[in-house]
Design a protein around this ligand. Structure first.
Ligand code: SAM
Ligand code: SF4
Length: 323
């Protein structure tokens, strides 16, 4: 398995298949998607080659992300290619849930095993104010459909922001009483383009953690290959909570993931300075070179990010690389 010089092992790949998005979340793409680079996203053959090579290097889980992955018409083909790759046991997707009830059956049919949907508010108007789209009800129908289809591997991502939806914590908790999903509160992170927004809206994950602990939520036992999320459960609730706190001490020590951008660059860290261009090596004939390049690049992975020093790396916003 891929391992870096700090002893961390990487069995999880986040694969961005487009940087295009149809939402305009205020913390990510407040002005909507702007095309700054006309490079075509990875083709199906290139995705196949990446999946095969990473699987040979020990990757077991691939998460398809974006931008918004569902803007690609060939998304079911992408899921199928990844799911059919020998060695890959988990195929996950992170989506804003656009037309989820319509799309989900074809994703499941193609081999999807895990679904993460971003829902930053359970209030219809607030959801629209944050994302620019009035699609909350449609999205919740998609989650119901998932349950009806017996698909239970669902996580919901929410970013709490001081000036927008921090008041939603009680609503989210109420929802979890009878809803058997895992809700992930992702701490707002600073990117190249959201510095002022970040300063006005960052809510510390530690504050959320304190509130959870005071209400009887309990930390779940960690398994050896668990990623950076801190998990909590509560005897009176059907759902669970995960906190993703990139500003917390030791966050990076449990890093278990690598990232590929939609144009085939390997990013060792969400907040790194640059990506390693793998695209010229994405053919069957260059498979050994590709493996070697990935291994060599990994030796340069730093022990931590430099977010605490206000350095958020080269990424202007997470739609560029998939979060
Ligand atoms: N469009 C899809 C979606 O929103 O789920 C996938 C891509 S999006 C970049 C992946 C995740 O990153 C989402 O859950 C989103 O809330 C999160 N995200 C985006 N920008 C963020 C930021 N600055 N801080 C924390 N999370 C962020
Ligand atoms: Fe699009 Fe996801 Fe960014 Fe929202 S968070 S703008 S849905 S990429």
């Amino acid at each position: 398995m891929l391992q870096d010089s700090h002893g961390r092992r990487f069995s999880y790949l986040r694969l961005s298949v487009t940087d295009v998005c149809n939402f305009s979340c205020n913390y990510c793409l407040p002005d909507g998607y702007q095309c700054t680079d006309k490079t075509e996203p990875l083709t199906l053959d290139e995705i196949r080659q990446l999946a095969i090579t990473f699987a040979k290097l020990g990757t077991r889980k691939i998460r398809i992300t974006g931008g918004e992955p569902s803007v690609r018409r060939d998304l079911p083909d992408i899921i199928r290619i990844v799911a059919d790759t020998p060695g890959i046991t988990e195929v996950a997707i992170t989506t804003n849930g656009y037309r989820l009830p319509e799309f989900l059956p074809s994703w499941i049919d193609a081999g999807l095993t895990k679904l993460n949907v971003s829902i930053d508010s359970l209030d219809t108007r607030q959801f629209q104010a944050i994302t620019g789209h009035d699609r909350l009800q449609d999205l919740l129908k998609g989650l119901e459909l998932a349950h009806e289809l017996g698909f239970n591997n669902i996580k919901v991502n929410a970013v709490l922001m001081r000036e927008h939806n921090a008041d939603q914590l009680p609503q989210f908790l109420h929802w979890l009483r009878d809803t058997p999903i895992s809700l992930r509160f992702i701490e707002l992170m600073q990117t190249g383009e959201n510095k002022e927004f970040f300063a006005a809206n960052h809510v510390s994950g530690d504050d959320i953690k304190k509130q959870l602990l005071s209400q009887g939520w309990q930390p779940a036992l960690r398994k050896p290959d668990d990623g950076p999320a801190q998990e909590f459960w509560h005897p009176d609730y059907a759902g669970r909570i995960g906190l993703i706190m990139p500003y917390s001490k030791d966050f990076c020590s449990t890093c278990n993931r690598l990232r590929i951008s939609s144009v085939g660059k390997l990013h060792l860290c969400l907040f790194g300075e640059h990506g390693y261009d793998l695209r010229p090596l994405l053919s069957e004939q260059k498979s050994d070179q590709l493996k070697q390049e990935i291994r060599m690049s990994l030796s340069e992975k730093k022990a931590t990010h430099f977010l605490h020093d206000g350095e958020s790396g080269a990424i202007s916003h997470f739609a560029m690389i998939g979060g």
